[in-house]
Ligand binder design. Structure first.
Ligand code: ADP
Ligand code: MG
Length: 247
């Protein structure tokens, strides 16, 4: 997946993204870090095709899937591959009125047109994978935040996405349960899932990711191997950001 000069302004003349160039190759695990307000969520939403662009292009599987003025070809390409891009949100966004199992089967039934039993056959192993098969008939509110986030990951995996985008998946969690979510993410990375992870978990960025992308002010400021980035960031802006985190 690649972004070419992606721009986004919610208000005219106030760009939030100021021309982002970014590529993630299949199997790569990239962390996206940067100060609050730097445009990380907006960029992820653009990649997930949840926002219209103000400029630039997004390419996926060899096709243009987003531009500022998408023509029929672009719109058709976007519709065809939308489900190949999975997203996991900071606030989980599970459907509160659906049981855990139904949260995971919902899109398989509605979007893929599967029967319930076909969908359950896919959903149960995924719940098992995130360690929550024993919660299949509970409602989300009965689960801890960490468990809810693991259900959200199983739900995203149900569509068999080719890339998973995570927006601060552990930021809303108590410190005690962050690790259980990070372990699931680490296992996915080790299986070769392509992942782009907005995170403040620097140990995850350092130990699991093959690249760190640092954003500030709507721009990519650094794009480096974690070892190089954490040992000696190239820019003053990144140095400041890392110093603030460690205080
Ligand atoms: P980050 O995720 O890095 O904290 P965001 O992408 O959430 O940054 O926000 C970047 C900037 O865009 C912020 O100034 C924010 O207020 C603005 N912004 C984000 N979403 C919207 C929106 N829907 N409407 C107007 N402004 C927005
Ligand atoms: Mg954000």
């Amino acid at each position: 997946m690649a972004a070419h000069q992606v721009m986004k302004a919610f208000v005219e003349h106030k760009p939030v993204l100021k021309g982002i160039d970014f590529t993630v190759a299949p199997g790569e695990v990239v962390s996206l870090i940067g100060p609050s307000g730097s445009g990380k969520t907006t960029f992820l939403r653009c990649l997930a095709m949840l926002e219209t662009l103000s400029g630039g292009e997004i390419h996926f599987k060899g096709q243009c899937v987003a531009t500022a003025k998408p023509d029929k070809t672009v719109i058709r390409a976007a519709q065809a591959i939308r489900a190949d891009v999975g997203m996991v949100f900071q606030q989980f966004n599970l459907w509160p009125h659906l049981k855990v199992i139904d949260n995971v089967t919902e899109a398989l039934i509605r979007v893929r047109g599967m029967s319930r039993s076909q969908a359950v056959a896919i959903a149960e192993p995924l719940l098992d994978k995130v360690g929550l098969l024993n919660k299949r008939d509970d409602y989300p509110k009965r689960l801890s935040g960490g468990q809810q986030q693991r259900v959200a990951i199983a739900r995203a995996l149900a569509m068999a996405p080719q890339i998973l985008l995570f927006d601060e998946p552990t930021s809303a969690l108590d410190p005690e349960v962050r690790q259980e979510v990070l372990l699931v993410m680490r296992a996915l990375a080790e299986e070769g899932m392509t992942m782009l992870v907005v995170t403040h978990e620097m140990s995850f960025a350092r130990d699991v990711c093959s690249r760190v992308v640092f954003m500030d002010g709507g721009q990519v400021v650094e794009d480096a191997h974690p070892d190089a980035f954490f040992a000696a960031p190239a820019t003053e802006r990144a140095r400041k950001f890392l110093n603030q985190l460690s205080i």
